[in-house]
Design a protein around this ligand. Structure first.
Ligand SMILES: *[C@@H]1O[C@H](CO)[C@@H](O)[C@H](O)[C@H]1NC(C)=O
Ligand SMILES: *[C@@H]1O[C@H](CO)[C@@H](O)[C@H](O)[C@H]1NC(C)=O
Ligand SMILES: *[C@@H]1O[C@H](CO)[C@@H](O)[C@H](O)[C@H]1NC(C)=O
Length: 217
């Protein structure tokens, strides 16, 4: 679960990374993730992390680890690390047990993990630390995980409903105006027809009068 604001922020980050890529031919080291996400307790949450770099991952030199800290003041506990031969390996942890899994794709610079059966105690900062030599910059970014016990009020869906309603309203107006135009046209046609009829009737009347006139002795 990530809010539209976070998605927008990540979008902006991705866009600026893409711009950099366009102008420099490659993108400097940057770790991209939202600043915070909310998770419902008991569910599985994906904690996203991707990075940009001028270099493709060299499996022999790549260094990355995920750490957890309850607050900024607490020490970082390593929960996942990249291993030359074994790839991304979850580390033994009393807090998380087997609940942390790699969910990314190294070919796509995606280092995301999932945390299953989220607990209230899982709240805290998850850091994505990356070094991708020969890129000399170490990328580091943390995400604040907030655990909620019930879903927040569906604000997004009310917006969707509002948009739906206004689109619906606009459509209704359009249809209404089309109907009005059609009605007006039909009305005008009717008037034309009745005018023609009236002319015919007048002609008939005139003939009748003329005939009657002829009958007169
Ligand atoms: C989430 O937390 C609430 C409050 O602590 C609890 O009542 C509920 O059972 C929890 N749900 C899950 C799926 O763990
Ligand atoms: C972190 O530590 C500093 C001083 O050591 C303290 O002022 C601050 O309140 C602490 N912050 C948290 C979130 O515990
Ligand atoms: C975790 O990764 C960072 C960045 O690659 C690295 O500097 C740090 O030494 C690593 N930590 C451990 C304990 O390996």
């Amino acid at each position: 679960m990530s809010s539209p604001a976070q998605e927008r922020r990540t979008g902006v980050q991705l866009l600026s990374a893409a711009m950099l890529l366009l102008f420099s031919g490659c993108s400097s080291m940057d770790v991209i993730m939202p600043n915070s996400i909310n998770a419902l307790n008991g569910t599985t949450i994906k904690i996203p992390c991707t990075f940009t770099s001028c270099y493709k991952i060299d499996p022999n030199m790549f260094v990355m680890n995920w750490t957890y800290q309850e607050t900024l003041n607490d020490t970082e506990e390593m929960i996942m690390a990249y291993h030359k031969k074994r790839g991304m390996v979850p580390l033994r942890s009393d807090r998380f047990g087997e609940r942390v899994m790699f969910a990314g794709n190294l070919d796509k610079n995606d280092l995301s993990i999932t945390l299953s059966n989220v607990q209230i105690e899982d709240e805290g900062i998850y850091n994505c630390n990356v070094r991708n030599p020969p890129d000399r910059i170490t990328g580091q970014h943390g995400i604040q995980l907030n655990v909620v016990t019930e879903l927040p009020p569906p604000r997004d869906s009310t917006i969707a409903v509002a948009i739906g309603a206004s689109v619906g309203g606009a459509l209704a107006l359009l249809i209404l105006s089309m109907l009005v135009v059609k009605c007006l046209r039909r009305h005008r046609k009717k008037e034309l027809i009745s005018e023609e009829k009236m002319e015919e009737e007048e002609k008939l009347d005139a003939e009748v009068v003329a005939e009657e006139g002829n009958k007169q002795p």
